[in-house]
Design a protein around this ligand. Structure first.
Ligand code: NAI
Length: 368
């Protein structure tokens, strides 16, 4: 199979879909890999490294038109998509809910599109799970951003100049990113607490040495079959806000990660709560990509209100492109191996993983 690795053209995107180590393994398995010159530059992989791994360097649109499968990080631009030929497969973060026009164009041109966001949360697909690998990076980086902004140190220090109390870090949403944020804040010595509406998250938070904020809104039924949180009814939401409000007033740093699939992020921190926080406190809202968890969040910007700083970074994984690309690449490589049978692309829609991720195939839009 001929696999193309284009330069990422989205703003501030520094990741690359396949790193040289993956390319070497794919070439060893009998595939041909064509890398657009400069594709790895943002993640510090030179063209020479790709050549050494067995890739062919290509220029311009050949990376889209002269291959069987294009592996990208972000969705292609309209111009890039128009270079894809009939029968080509595309594997990328395609934002299935937001790119309706792109999909009808891909379907009409007989391109098979796989959205990496749609990997099913099953054990067999864990090594293809880009959402998890990139959320791990985001959770880690969120704590570093918050620590850099905080006018205090995180750990408890006993010094000749007196004892410093540890800073208090509160993580809302204990999924993949939240648990990594908790682990990172713990490693930096903070006193950490976590909250989630899924009961299963409680043990995971505690296993990392943090306390779990108990509340009657935490329940088994807050979780759907896929392990994701469900949207809360208004009365439950109000009780969640009350729980958070009571706790947040004593915190130094709050990391918010709460998401509901295919919906805007739930608003869990109100202006009133921010006003009640201690001046100098910092909120890092990594749900900003889907609107954010605070009412003050301005995605991509930093807002200051009553001495509280609200940072709302976008696409955090791209700010650590080396390790983010390494994990992304391993996820994509595993998926390519899954859909390549005997050296060529076999789209088996009876397979649970392939079916879940395919958005277009054989000229049809498979999801409305
Ligand atoms: P996510 O990014 O969709 O959401 C982040 C967290 O926000 C979740 O833990 C969610 O419960 C929480 N949340 C939503 N609404 C909330 C609210 N109102 N208040 C507080 N917290 C709220 O979730 P992520 O990180 O993608 O993980 C979702 C689930 O999938 C987890 O149970 C995770 O363990 C599971 N998972 C399973 C995998 C597998 O089996 N292969 C792989 C990765 C995750």
């Amino acid at each position: 199979m001929r696999i193309g690795v284009p330069v990422e053209t989205a703003a501030a995107e520094r990741r690359v879909a396949l790193v040289p180590d993956s390319v070497a393994r794919l070439v060893k398995a009998g595939h041909q890999v064509r890398v657009q010159r400069g594709a790895g530059a943002g993640a510090f992989h030179s063209d020479a490294e790709y050549q050494k791994a067995g890739a062919t360097l290509v220029d311009g649109a050949a990376v889209f038109s002269d291959v069987d499968l294009v592996s990208k990080v972000r969705a292609p631009s309209a111009q890039e998509a128009s270079a894809l030929l009939s029968g080509t497969a595309l594997v990328a973060l395609l934002q299935p809910a937001a790119n309706v026009e792109l999909f009808s164009s891909l379907a009409s041109r007989n391109v098979t599109a796989f959205a990496l966001e749609l990997v099913p949360r099953i054990t067999r697909a864990q090594s293809m799970d880009v959402l998890s690998s990139q959320a791990t990076v985001a959770g880690y980086k969120a704590v570093l951003l918050g620590a850099a902004e905080l006018p205090k140190l995180l750990p408890m220090l006993t010094t000749a100049a007196g004892t410093l109390a540890p800073s208090k870090v509160f993580v809302i949403g204990a999924g993949v990113a939240g648990l990594q944020a908790i682990a990172t804040a713990r490693r930096l010595g903070a006193s950490v607490s976590g909250f989630d509406i899924r009961a299963a998250a409680g043990e995971q938070v505690k296993s990392l040495g943090a306390s779990f904020l108990s509340s009657e809104v935490v329940s088994q039924s807050a979780e759907d079959k896929g392990g994701y949180a469900k949207a809360q009814a208004e009365d439950e939401r109000q009780r969640t806000l009350d729980t958070i409000h009571k706790h947040i007033v004593s915190q130094d740093m709050v990391i918010t990660t709460a998401q509901i699939p295919n919906r805007p992020a739930p608003k869990l921190i109100t202006d009133e709560m921010v006003a009640a926080m201690r001046p100098g406190s910092v909120i890092v809202d990594i749900a900003a990509d889907t609107g954010g968890n605070t009412t003050l969040t301005k995605p991509g910007e930093t807002v200051r209100s009553n001495g509280v700083t609200v940072i709302a970074p976008l696409n955090l994984a791209a700010t650590e492109p080396v390790h983010a690309s390494q994990m992304f690449s391993k996820n994509v490589e595993t998926f390519i191996n899954h859909i390549a049978r005997e050296g060529s692309l076999k789209v088996d829609l009876a397979d649970e993983i392939t079916k879940a991720m395919a958005i277009t195939h054989d000229g049809e839009l498979l999801r409305k």
